[in-house]
Design a binder for this molecule. Structure first.
Ligand code: GRG
Length: 278
């Protein structure tokens, strides 16, 4: 994606300022492990769709990636999904140890807000906190854990879990760009795009957990089944999942057309995400 170089450079600048320790090694290990940088790229693209130069806002772009990476490190811990691999490499607690992985995640979350504070924009920081916090992504993770081993949940409950777990942090890049552009009338539309993208992304993740292989998804396939998770695939089957992804992307494009921005680049990247195989 177009903005990845700028994002990598800024992340390395951040890492340069972290005091040397095992925790720093763990932060660097996970942050530079080959993530797709989807959330910061979406933020930069949304800014550019308003004609705003993303280079002024790389602190915010990187704060999104850091919160995302923290969530993956903690999600892989034995107390949560207990995954040994992530992004094709050993997960953070396997490469280091649990205490170091917990602290690396804590650092990334805290430092993300330090970087975000450089924007001096309380509205942006509020949105970031809401999307990541106990009424956002963490709430989704809590619901997900509470539903493990329960086979009576329905599609509505599953959608609720994914709305929070995946949708909130995918909505943040769009909301933040919209706030910077001072286009608050369209905040709700961008939010909706983020939630629909989150849902589509999660359904794709469920599909890839069944149809992918280790090289593609960078972790063991079948982990949802191992964790007795109810997923879209085991609820409605792969074919209906694939159709649902198509429908969600069509809805996203319809919403996008209602916003007065130059959305060509965003549409291209959304197409790449729609067709993703990893
Ligand atoms: C531990 C607070 C806390 C939250 C964890 C995001 C999350 C909540 C758990 C991850 C579980 C998961 C795999 C969800 C599916 C959607 C998702 C976030 C996939 C990974 O995102 P990508 O594909 O990852 O953008 P890369 O590695 O490319 O950065």
């Amino acid at each position: 994606m177009n903005y990845t170089n700028d994002i990598e450079n800024y992340l390395n600048k951040y890492l340069d300022k972290v005091n040397d320790s095992k925790v720093k090694e763990a932060i660097a290990y996970s942050l530079l492990a080959g993530g797709k940088r989807i959330r910061p790229n979406l933020f930069c693209i949304a800014l550019n769709s308003y004609g705003i130069d993303h280079k002024e806002y790389l602190n915010l772009a990187c704060s999104l990636e850091m919160i995302h990476t923290y969530s993956l490190i903690h999600d892989d811990l034995p107390a949560m999904d207990d995954d040994d691999y992530r992004r094709g490499k050993k997960s953070c607690h396997k490469q280091f140890d649990e205490a170091t992985a917990i602290l690396a995640g804590d650092s990334l979350l805290t430092d993300a807000f330090y970087l975000a504070s450089k924007s001096n924009n309380a509205h942006i920081i509020k949105v970031l906190a809401q999307c990541a916090g106990s009424n956002g992504m963490i709430y989704g993770q809590a619901l997900d854990i509470a539903n493990e081993n329960i086979d009576t949940i329905d599609l509505i409950e599953l959608e609720k879990i994914n709305f929070y777990k995946t949708g909130c942090l995918l909505s943040a890049p769009f909301e933040m760009a919209c706030i910077i552009a001072n286009d608050l009338n369209n905040l709700y539309l961008w939010q909706n795009i983020g939630y629909k993208l989150g849902l589509a992304f999660q359904i794709q993740d469920d599909i890839l957990d069944v149809t992918g292989n280790f090289e593609q998804i960078g972790k063991k396939v079948g982990s949802d089944q191992d964790n007795n998770k109810i997923t879209y695939v085991n609820m409605i089957g792969i074919q209906r999942c694939q159709s649902l992804v198509q429908v969600l992307f069509s809805e996203i494009y319809e919403i996008l057309e209602q916003i007065n921005v130059n959305y060509e680049e965003l549409k291209q990247v959304l197409e790449q995400i729609k067709n993703r195989t990893k």
